[in-house]
Design a protein around this ligand. Sequence first.
Ligand SMILES: Cc1cc2nc3c(=O)[nH]c(=O)nc-3n(C[C@H](O)[C@H](O)[C@H](O)COP(=O)(O)O)c2cc1C
Length: 384
Amino acid sequence: MQTHLATRDCTSGLPCVNTGERWALDYHSRPVTADLRTPWRIGLVEIPTRLVLAPMAGVSVQAFRRQGRRFGAGLVCSEMVSCAGLSYRNERSLGYLLISADEHPLAVQIFGSEPRLMAEAARMVEAAGADVIDVNFGCPVRKVTKTGAGATLLEDPGRSCRIVEAVTSAVSVPVTAKMRRGLENGSRAALDVGPRLVEAGAAALTLHPRSARQMYTGKADHSLTAELVELVDVPVIASGDVTSREQTVEVLSQTGCAAVMVARAAQGNPWVLAEIVGDDGAPRPTRAQVAGELLFFMGEAVRELGEERAAGFLKKFYGWYLGGGRFPKPLKQELVQLSSVAEAERRLLAAAPGAAAVSEQLRDESRGLDEVLLALPISAYGGG
Ligand SMILES: Cc1cc2nc3c(=O)[nH]c(=O)nc-3n(C[C@H](O)[C@H](O)[C@H](O)COP(=O)(O)O)c2cc1C
């Protein structure tokens, strides 16, 4: 299946996904068919596909991002990193700055409410090798909003703009902003703040059109995303409830966005990314492929987080990979009760013997990249 892209230029200088209405207005912009593998740009950074893998706290580790790239995401994002954490050289926060060669282009997301600290964090993130710095204007979690960061900033456009100005002045990579619609249900704050952030220097905007109060209930209202697209001359990325190729095509044509962002649908299901970018006929993964991909992911997570942290981190992934009828329910229940990753690996191999060959092949394919994996330039630590 293909979606339609019009020939009209947007500020990226590349074709924009367009709505039927725009085609009617623009006589020479005859609809051309193109797939989601049409490149686009954020500032000078070229993004090879129209699919962005979302930032997700507790999920978007390097192993997840590298997997997303392999399955067709054009841009991958780190989870949100605290600017205060970076400022205090908190080990966990610094760990989020580990970037490998096969992740590029990569956006690292920072959150905070102090322009000066955000600028300092942005410098560290740029030094670590991020291609794009994304600023969080959407986190609805109380621990974050009560500090004046995340979605709270949507109600404080002055501070929001000062943050984007400070960050853009501090770095040379493009700076983007990810917003919710506002704090309260029905809020249209993003339509006010978004254009101001662009004036302050944001090179692209992402909108998840739910309120902070909604958390993940109700539906993402992409009519608001379409309104935002009309108000700004930078690429807009649509986030929220994109779970299939069909929805992707619908959201792109409804909104005129440059790209879609996928979050929850990719949890334990990288195959959906391949389906979305248009690997037609990508067959449903076999049990061996699912278990093999999970085994490889487990190995990468251990390498990245260490055995103890990985054991806890991986538990939610067992349900995501093995659920949905892929494996009998008791397997997931068994795995989450095991205390070590090695035990979980053994159990998984017994349930799907063909998985060993799949994960071995994935390991072979990634071997050449290992040298640069987990490399963190000393400058990111500030030398201290
Ligand atoms: C577990 C989880 C963690 C998330 N963490 C972040 C985050 O760190 N930064 C952010 O901007 N959005 C975060 N989000 C929001 C997603 O990026 C995305 O906007 C939202 O889930 C809607 O997309 P979806 O319907 O595809 O899941 C998170 C979402 C989930 C489910």
